[in-house]
Every structure is written in structure tokens, then in C-alpha cells.
Ligand binder design. Structure first.
Ligand SMILES: NC(=O)c1ccc[n+]([C@@H]2O[C@H](COP(=O)([O-])OP(=O)(O)OC[C@H]3O[C@@H](n4cnc5c(N)ncnc54)[C@H](OP(=O)(O)O)[C@@H]3O)[C@@H](O)[C@H]2O)c1
Length: 277
């Protein structure tokens, strides 16, 4: 059953709301006294850098065992060493599993491997991209933001729900968190009138490529997917939610825009958020 929050898109969207949350709000760090995850296991995707890396660090600090789901094992290994240095966790608490969201086979193989775990409680699906130039998946033909942020994430979520329901430890429900973006609130989503809708995302955007619009559309689709899924998955078994983190620094999300105006703008906006560092 879906959970209702005291929030509406009208209140959440908008420049003032963005500035308020970006400038005036620093999410407090959760301590192990408040939440003890000893004995729990989490999968974190996109865990070698950015939000995923920080999420893995905080889960480890709360006592959780963490599986870093990464497409480059070398980058995953570097992250694992970094994590083991930065907190009380042992290297044994951190595993590295390969996952490439450009490939459905990889997503399915990852889920098959997850079935072999003795316990699984949390999946934080952080991996995502923001393409400044358009590009298309060589296997499926879909534009890459749509493929990685929406389609592969949706498949992965659908495959993980029954596994979490089956493998969660204790009475608490399993948790799956997907990551959206405030940009979704400012997205026109002109493709919404197309029927069928998916083939549109195999074509070049007309009249020209608008990267913010396409990224935002991939996140709107994630939100719509999760809203529908949450109605169908009992929250006593698995809670499926979407987080919107605001601009965060130490991220590589705008790597395509490095050295360009959009890259500089994003980095400067992300630095507006005060941090606990
Ligand atoms: N940073 C922000 O300010 C911000 C704001 C709102 C929402 N978000 C969302 O937060 C999530 C994390 O963003 P971030 O800022 O942490 O970005 P990031 O620093 O660029 O990290 C993205 C992660 O996703 C992985 N990834 C990309 N393509 C993949 C693929 N095909 N298969 C598997 N992994 C893949 C990357 O792996 P590689 O390193 O191997 O490429 C990297 O680990 C994204 O969904 C993003 O849209 C970020």
C-alpha cells in the first residue's frame, strides 16, 4: 500500500523551494544510537563515487554489510579501500559485485546472484547518468538517460522486490530506494501524449537535444513507476521509495559537461549546500 505524505508537487517544485532546501537545510547524519543496522545487508549501486559512495559509507557506519554494485571492478576496489579507511568497518563487510545498467543481461545476472544471499534488507539504487550530449544504447536503441535511469532501474527494482521480501532479516520490511532529482519538477515531459510512448525515446529529440529535459523525463518516469509499484507491493514486505537529494557536491554526475558552462554551473550550485564535512 502506498504511504501518503504531507507534500504535493505544487509545494515541492519551484525555485523558492529549491533555494530553501539547497541553502537552508542540511540533512542530519543518522547515528548508530538511532539506527543500528548490525546483521543487515545492503546493495548500493553506483557505489564507487558520488552519492552511492557516501550512502555506502553511512550504511557501513550504521553497522550494515554492503555490496558495492559497480560496472568497473577496479573502481569498486578503490572505493572499497577508501571505505575501509574512513570508518570502523572491516574489508570483509564490503563486497564488490559487477553491474552494468547498459545491459539487461547484467541486470538479470545480478538479481540471480542476489538470490544466493542469505539475507538482503536494503537496496539503494544510486547509479544514474546525466548525458550532456545525446547517445543511444547500442543493444536496445534507447537514449541512454532513459535506459540507465529508468528502464534498467525499473527492471532491477522489479527483480529485487521479491528477493528482498524473501531475504529480509527480522520483522522490518525490506527497503528499495531509487534516486530522482528536483529537475523532474521542472520537466515539461512533452512525450507524455505519445502512444505508445517508449519508441519516442529511440529517436533523436526534436527540434533539438535538451539534456536537462531528457534527464528530468527519465526521473519523472522513475517517480511514476515507483508510485504505481508502491500501490502493488505490501509495505509490510518491502517499502519502495524515491529520494530527491538536491545538488550535491563531490559528484561526477555532470562528467560529460566538464569544462563547459553546464559543468561549472552544476558544480557551483552543488557547493551551495552546506555540508557536515
Ligand atoms: N549529484 C547531484 O547533485 C544529484 C542531484 C539529484 C539527483 N542525483 C541522482 O543521484 C544519483 C547518483 O548521482 P551521483 O551524483 O552520485 O553521480 P556520479 O557521481 O556520477 O555517480 C554515478 C554512479 O553511477 C554509476 N553508473 C553510471 N552508469 C552506469 C551503468 N551503466 N551501470 C552501472 N553503474 C553506472 C557510475 O559508475 P562509473 O563511475 O563506473 O561511471 C557511478 O558510480 C543519480 O541517479 C543522479 O541522477 C544526483
Amino acid at each position: 500500500m502506498a504511504v501518503n505524505f504531507d507534500a504535493s508537487s505544487e509545494n515541492e517544485a519551484g525555485l523558492l523551494r529549491f533555494l530553501k532546501s539547497q541553502l537552508l537545510f542540511t540533512p542530519p547524519l543518522i547515528t548508530r544510537e538511532e539506527v543500528d543496522l548490525a546483521g543487515k545487508t545492503a546493495i548500493v549501486t553506483g557505489a564507487n563515487v558520488g552519492l552511492g559512495l557516501e550512502c555506502a559509507r553511512q550504511l557501513l557506519d550504521l553497522g550494515c554489510k554492503v555490496i558495492l554494485a559497480v560496472r568497473s571492478e577496479a573502481r569498486g576496489e578503490a572505493a572499497r579501500r577508501q571505505l575501509a579507511q574512513g570508518c570502523d568497518a572491516q574489508l570483509d563487510d564490503v563486497e564488490i559485485w559487477k553491474l552494468d545498467l547498459n545491459s539487461y543481461d547484467s541486470v538479470v545476472n545480478f538479481a540471480e546472484r542476489a538470490k544466493t544471499l542469505t539475507g538482503l534488507d536494503i537496496a539503494a539504487l544510486d547509479a544514474g547518468i546525466y548525458k550532456v550530449e545525446d547517445s543511444f544504447n547500442s543493444i536496445t536503441g534507447y537514449e541512454e538517460d532513459i535506459q540507465v535511469n529508468y528502464l534498467s532501474n525499473a527492471l532491477r527494482t522489479l527483480l529485487l522486490v521479491p528477493i528482498l521480501a524473501d531475504k529480509k532479516t527480522g520483522d522490518a520490511p525490506g527497503r528499495i530506494v531509487l534516486v530522482s532529482s528536483g529537475i523532474a519538477n521542472a520537466t515539461k515531459f512533452n512525450e507524455k501524449e505519445s502512444n505508445p510512448i517508449l519508441p519516442v525515446f529511440k529517436k533523436k529529440m526534436e527540434p533539438k537535444w535538451l539534456f536537462k529535459e531528457r534527464y528530468g523525463t527519465s526521473k519523472v518516469l522513475v517517480q511514476m513507476f515507483v508510485a504505481e509499484l508502491a500501490k502493488r507491493v505490501p509495505s509490510s514486505a518491502v517499502v519502495v521509495t524515491v529520494a530527491s537529494p538536491g545538488f550535491c557536491h563531490k559528484s561526477e554526475i555532470i562528467r560529460d559537461g566538464e569544462g563547459r558552462f553546464v559543468g561549472l554551473l552544476t558544480v557551483s550550485q552543488s557547493r551551495l549546500r552546506s555540508t557536515s564535512e
